[in-house]
Design a protein around this ligand. Structure first.
Ligand SMILES: NC(=O)c1ccc[n+]([C@@H]2O[C@H](COP(=O)([O-])OP(=O)(O)OC[C@H]3O[C@@H](n4cnc5c(N)ncnc54)[C@H](O)[C@@H]3O)[C@@H](O)[C@H]2O)c1
Length: 450
């Protein structure tokens, strides 16, 4: 059987989680044929790892303005998109129109116009897009899906999801491009797309209406000054500023080889500074967001995202007409340090003690009970490994009884909650998703969407 040919666009910190398994564990069935990025230095880092660490050969590296030439020259079957969020649509659409299938990192894209361009390109070409929603593939979250689908708490009428990002991982979004709304769509798109996707998938429901609030209350210069932390805003970035060493938000890009080779070495060729001060002036996203969502099936979600918490994790509560299910996930925190999957570890942070993961069912009129689930290790609660198998292993099933494969429409159903939320904050009014993007108005269940 011929190998499946992959080209990667976007060779930053995340791509390593997909490139290493592709060229090592799954090399018999797959082939990496090219890389593409803004930064030649970052591509050179990956090509260095091919020979030094992965027993593989370097591949052609194309600058971003030669993406179409890369498709012509190297004829990939699949283009894997791992660039900054605002550029996903460009590469997805161009790859589809060149006859390739696409796997894209979440979020599918960041606004309604870009989302429509992707839906149109799939319609025109008949090619396939998969969204790498790794959250769905973590065993605890899969167990929640199984329990709800089995009717354990009857019909679910409402969900509460509180997500906390801490001053380690959460703060990191404010150092980088994620802090610009026009690049990340805000964290309501970039980050919450995971959470909205989980709820869509857990309920098998399509969101229909959103009302939201969002504010910047912690990061940014004005907030630091207002609470007496103005000294933390005195330097533009952390690396190369010894006066920042005792700053709890300090990040030194000299600290590790991946940081040095991916980000310091790539500054001059791409202009990307990875360690900007989280208390600078030009942050255009919120660090505190809350919203209500109504689904086409009638349920409601109450959601909040706080980005300056001492601890990281989530608490999700489902209220059904036969009981209640609670899922708590406080497994510690990590910052994307561009390490290989085998070197991944959670950071030890004082005050961020991990209480673990558990699922508890509270049936009406009966005793509550904990649901046993085997503990998992590895990046993202073991999800990345299972997800990679589903991408790369030709013997893995092409359909999934739990519906974990997410195509472009399911990717859209998730981002549109965040995009509507941003629009709702702007207008101070509820927003109807169908007014933004005509996502199959006849469908009611997520599983009816590709
Ligand atoms: N599912 C997850 O758990 C998870 C975790 C981290 C990141 N991500 C996603 O992965 C993607 C990459 O994130 P990251 O953490 O690797 O970011 P990063 O900043 O480390 O890398 C982004 C890369 O995109 C490149 N790039 C930017 N604009 C480009 C353009 N126009 N053309 C080509 N390349 C361009 C940059 O040069 C950089 O190499 C994002 O979409 C992010 O949402 C997902």
């Amino acid at each position: 059987m011929p190998k499946t040919r992959y080209a990667f666009v976007g060779t930053g910190g995340r791509a390593i989680s997909f490139i290493e398994p592709l060229v090592t564990t799954y090399r018999e069935a797959n082939e990496l044929v090219a890389l593409c990025d803004l930064s030649p230095a970052r591509m050179a880092y990956y090509n260095g790892l091919m020979t030094s660490a992965w027993g593989s050969a370097p591949v052609p590296a194309y600058p971003h303005d030669r993406f179409d030439a890369m498709l012509r020259d190297t004829r990939p079957d699949v283009v894997f998109v791992c660039t900054t969020d605002a550029t996903h649509h460009e590469y997805i659409v161009r790859a589809l129109r060149a006859g390739c299938d696409v796997i894209t990192e979440k979020p599918l894209t960041i606004d309604a116009a870009k989302c429509k361009s992707i839906l149109d390109a799939v319609k025109d070409t008949g090619r396939r897009v998969r969204v790498a929603f790794n959250y769905r593939w973590a065993p605890f979250r899969t167990k929640v899906k199984e329990l709800l689908a089995a009717g354990t708490i009857g019909r679910v009428h409402s969900v509460n999801l509180e997500y906390l990002l801490d001053t380690n991982h959460g703060a990191d979004y404010f150092r980088r491009w994620h802090a610009q709304a026009d690049v990340s769509g805000t964290l309501l798109v970039h980050k919450s797309t995971h959470h909205f996707d989980l709820v869509n998938w857990w309920l098998d429901a399509i969101p229909s209406q959103v009302f939201a609030f969002g504010d910047l209350v912690f990061y940014g210069k004005k907030n630091a000054e207002a609470r007496g932390d103005g000294a933390l805003a005195a330097y533009p970035r952390y690396t190369g500023h010894p006066e920042a060493k005792s700053d709890p938000f300090y990040l030194n890009l000299e600290e590790s080889e991946p940081f040095r080779k991916l980000y310091l070495a790539g500054e001059s060729d791409s202009g990307y500074v990875r360690d900007r001060n989280v208390f600078r002036d030009d942050i255009t996203i919120f660090d505190q967001m809350s919203l209500n969502v109504r689904y086409r099936t009638g349920q409601v979600l109450t959601y909040s995202l706080t980005c300056y918490s001492p601890r990281e994790g989530m608490r999700v509560c489902f209220n059904g007409d036969r009981g209640r299910l609670e899922y708590h996930e406080f497994i510690g925190t990590h910052m994307n340090r561009a390490v290989r999957p085998g070197d991944f570890k959670l950071d030890e942070k004082p005050g961020a003690e991990a209480e673990g993961e558990w699922i508890k069912v509270y049936p009406h009129f009966k005793n509550s009970y904990l649901v046993p689930v085997d503990a998992q290790h590895g990046p993202h609660g073991g999800a990345d490994e299972i997800l990679c198998r589903s991408f790369y292993d030709p013997t893995s099933p092409s359909t999934d009884p739990l519906g974990r494969f997410a195509g472009h429409e399911q990717g859209a159903a998730s981002i549109l909650v965040g995009i509507s939320g941003v629009e709702s904050i702007r207008r101070n009014q509820p927003v109807t998703l169908l007014d933004l993007v005509p996502l199959r108005s006849e469908a009611t269940r997520l599983s009816e969407l590709v």
